[in-house]
Design a protein around this ligand. Structure first.
Ligand SMILES: *[C@@H]1O[C@H](CO)[C@@H](O)[C@H](O)[C@H]1NC(C)=O
Ligand SMILES: *[C@@H]1O[C@H](CO)[C@@H](O)[C@H](O)[C@H]1NC(C)=O
Ligand SMILES: *[C@@H]1O[C@H](CO)[C@@H](O)[C@H](O)[C@H]1NC(C)=O
Ligand SMILES: *[C@@H]1O[C@H](CO)[C@@H](O)[C@H](O)[C@H]1NC(C)=O
Ligand SMILES: *[C@@H]1O[C@H](CO)[C@@H](O)[C@H](O)[C@H]1NC(C)=O
Ligand SMILES: *[C@@H]1O[C@H](CO)[C@@H](O)[C@H](O)[C@H]1NC(C)=O
Ligand SMILES: *[C@@H]1O[C@H](CO)[C@@H](O)[C@H](O)[C@H]1NC(C)=O
Length: 667
């Protein structure tokens, strides 16, 4: 009932709302965030000060529309990747339970402005499980004729298409048009017995299995979501059942550790630093939550755009065994290798005729459309392409992403499913980090929204009450991991009742968001290390003697690290250029004796060669002038892409400033 009603109002209001939003962008967003936060904290609508305010955690609220950010923010209008008609379209036939493709001779004739014939063919794409690196290998069949109304065979999951417009007048060059495209199909793999079993799991009176769909948008803080995607925010706000974890703090630097913490309960930073992820087969050996869902009778999916950036494949071999039932990787790899690419927002944005992330969202829609009534589903759908490098670029996709959410709503996803809209971190590098004060917080505070459907809210009101309380408590990726574990056994009534083996390895006390989180919780209790913790108040150190002493020690530590890692033949030695700012963190709850002997500093500085900008979080003993730091943990605030071409490891790329090699000068 509730869902149907919301659906109506949302869809009806669409045109008006988007027109209104364009005019009222800034005031509207501000108003919402103020009201929401104030309501959550039970205050008058006034400028809130904190996302979390407890004795052990004072996480500052960040105004998305502060003057320094708005000075560099630019709302971007989306340009499509093509401007001609689609000559091949596909539709799902729910009666036949198969896909059908259409070829559009009528449109072809309009396009060519003459009486052409249309000749189309397709090539099937599939993963080559026998290759040494199967995630990077794909195969394509020979060209198979594609005729109008063709029913797509059940073993075809991914295709590229090619259509020729052939003119009877062979001298007419204008009609020599070729159109290439690509599309996905979610085919049913279940046997009749499995279908019966799945149907029972879905429709169990006592304990129906909720679907779990995780929608990820890379590099999007809760702050930047408000700035760049007001229409998506409206969707989240208008549909009852969404809860935003406003005290959510990341637990690692980039996508891999943060996503692993959610998917495996461990951020694996030691294994990343030790280079284990580069070993073929290592990624297969981890204990992923999708495997647990699979064992519980779910059908699983994982899709991510941008084949070179993608989480499990960026300078890594990826999975040897296909990790889930529906795996988009071979398709993404194939289309990025065979279709025309167009770069926008400093990444590959158009792949052939479509937006890169559109393939991921289409796949999510197909997954839901195809399996919603058949089997419990667990799916992760992650987009990198538009938000990874440019902090304003989310604004270009705001309307389109909301359209996808509305489509999922129309398909019935929100009736029975738990949905997460998440990010891995905020902006890690670029102008928002180097030029704004809030960049430090933006990087550390990814968005984390959790939706629970009407039946869940009715059946588990106490879980919902806890979700509401937890919105303004400190939470982390490990709590999200435990929430996913909890979904598999919703009748578990306390954290203590969970089997020790499924508790998050890096944070055994981290708990499902359906349980109340401790009000007075510290970062270490939430599995968040000092480097990423946003709970501690900071004060700027203005004594130059003090900050220069720390900065010199940091640079010395970085040079020693290059020696220890045997990188001095590749990477330039560091020399301090300048200190931008050094803040001292007041560690709440720390014993005063420790605080007196060991200070925690966040140092922002620049070194000489190529002028890279770094941020280091270090411990400094002012009496003995000794430093504790982990160079692998260093943040690089400007892009490393131009300075790190000589190394492959993404950790090393952050700090290695490649030497100009004498032999390569004339290349
Ligand atoms: C249509 O797209 C083509 C190729 O992408 C481009 O060259 C052309 O300028 C576009 N035309 C319009 C009207 O946008
Ligand atoms: C277009 O061409 C087809 C065969 O190539 C022919 O059968 C048809 O009559 C033609 N139509 C027109 C309007 O010329
Ligand atoms: C992999 O090798 C096996 C055995 O030779 C073969 O049956 C299978 O078809 C191959 N798979 C692919 C994707 O080529
Ligand atoms: C295009 O049409 C001409 C004349 O109708 C025919 O001879 C030729 O084989 C066609 N070309 C292709 C590539 O099918
Ligand atoms: C047009 O298409 C025909 C058949 O595919 C090809 O032989 C010819 O070279 C093409 N002409 C141009 C100008 O591309
Ligand atoms: C919060 O926790 C700290 C450390 O456990 C403790 O010292 C402090 O008294 C607690 N404060 C409140 C208000 O519970
Ligand atoms: C600055 O720091 C140094 C070293 O800690 C100290 O000796 C000096 O007195 C400080 N200067 C001021 C003005 O506080």
């Amino acid at each position: 009932m509730t869902v149907a009603k919301t659906q109506e109002t949302s869809i009806q209001g669409k045109g008006e709302v988007s027109a209104m939003n364009r005019m009222l962008l800034v005031p509207f967003g501000t108003l919402f965030s103020l009201v929401a936060l104030a309501a959550a904290a039970g205050q008058q609508p006034a400028m809130p000060k904190y996302f979390v305010n407890s004795p052990l955690c004072k996480m500052p609220y960040v105004d998305p529309f502060s003057a320094d950010v708005m000075a560099i923010y630019k709302k971007i209008k989306l340009k499509d990747c093509h401007n001609d008609s689609e000559l091949v379209t596909a539709e799902y036939d729910p009666k036949l339970k198969q896909y059908r493709v259409h070829t559009r001779l009528d449109l072809a004739r309009k396009m060519a402005k003459e009486n052409v014939t249309l000749e189309c063919g397709y090539q099937k794409i599939y993963r080559d499980g026998n290759a040494t690196i199967p995630d990077d290998a794909y195969r394509m069949s020979k060209v198979i004729p594609l005729t109008d109304n063709l029913v797509v065979p059940n073993d075809v999951e991914y295709i590229t298409t090619r259509c020729f417009l052939n003119s009877s007048n062979s001298k007419n060059h204008k009609s020599n048009i070729t159109q290439r495209d690509a599309m996905t199909f979610v085919q049913d793999h279940l046997t009749p017995e499995e279908l019966v079993h799945s149907f029972r799991l879905l429709n169990d009176e006592q304990d129906p299995k909720p679907n779990v769909i995780i929608l990820g948008i890379d590099s999007t803080s809760r702050i930047n979501l408000r700035r760049t995607m007001p229409q998506v925010l409206r969707f989240l706000k208008n549909l009852p059942g969404w809860f935003e974890m406003q005290g959510y703090n990341k637990v690692g630097d980039n996508t891999l550790p943060n996503l692993l913490a959610i998917l495996t309960g461990d951020n694996h930073v030691e294994n990343i630093e030790a280079g284990k992820f580069k070993v073929r087969g290592f990624e297969d050996s981890l204990d992923y939550i999708w495997q647990h869902f699979k064992e519980a009778g779910y059908t699983t999916a994982y899709a991510e755009d941008c084949q070179s950036l993608s989480t499990f494949n960026f300078h890594k071999p990826g999975f040897i065994r296909q990790p889930v039932d529906y795996y988009l990787r071979p398709f993404v790899r194939a289309i990025e290798k065979t279709l025309k690419l167009e770069r926008r927002f400093e990444t590959i944005f158009c792949v052939g005729r479509h937006i890169s992330s559109g393939y991921v969202w289409d796949f999510a829609v197909q997954f839901v459309q195809r399996l919603l009534e058949e089997t419990p589903m667990f799916g992760v759908f992650w987009s990198n392409s538009f938000t990874h490098n440019v902090f304003s670029a989310g604004s270009a996709m705001d309307h389109l992403f909301r359209e996808y959410l509305l489509l999922l709503l129309k398909l019935g996803l929100f009736k029975r499913s738990i949905v997460l809209l998440v990010s891995d971190h905020g902006y890690r590098f670029g102008n928002i980090r180097t030029r704004t004060k809030s960049g430090y917080l933006d990087e550390r505070l990814p968005m984390m929204w959790l939706y629970v459907p009407p039946w869940f809210r009715k059946k588990y009101p106490h879980y919902v009450a806890n979700l509401r309380k937890n919105r303004n408590r400190l939470s982390s990726n490990y709590d999200v991991h435990m929430t996913l574990q909890h979904i598999l056994q919703l009748n578990t009534r306390s954290h203590e009742a969970f089997d020790a083996r499924i508790k998050a390895k890096k944070c055994p006390n981290c708990r499902s968001l359906f349980f109340e989180l401790p009000e007075n919780r510290s970062c270490s209790e939430a599995g968040i290390t000092e480097k990423w913790c946003t709970c501690h108040p900071t004060t700027t150190v203005t004594n130059r003697t003090q900050y220069m002493a720390v900065a010199r020690a940091v640079v010395q530590g970085m040079n020693q690290h290059l020696v220890a890692k045997k990188l001095t033949h590749l990477c330039e030695n560091f020399q301090l250029n300048s200190v931008e700012v050094m803040d001292r963190k007041e560690i709440l709850g720390e014993r005063s004796t420790t605080a007196a002997t060991e200070h925690v500093y966040v140092l922002n500085f620049q070194t000489v060669y190529k002028k890279p900008k770094f941020e280091a979080t270090v411990r400094w003993n002012p009496r003995s002038s000794t430093l504790k730091m982990n160079v692998d943990e260093l943040s690089r605030k400007d892009s490393y892409s131009a300075t790190a071409k000589c190394v492959k490891d993404s950790l090393v790329k952050k700090y290695c400033i490649c030497k100009k090699l004498p032999g390569k000068q004339h290349k």
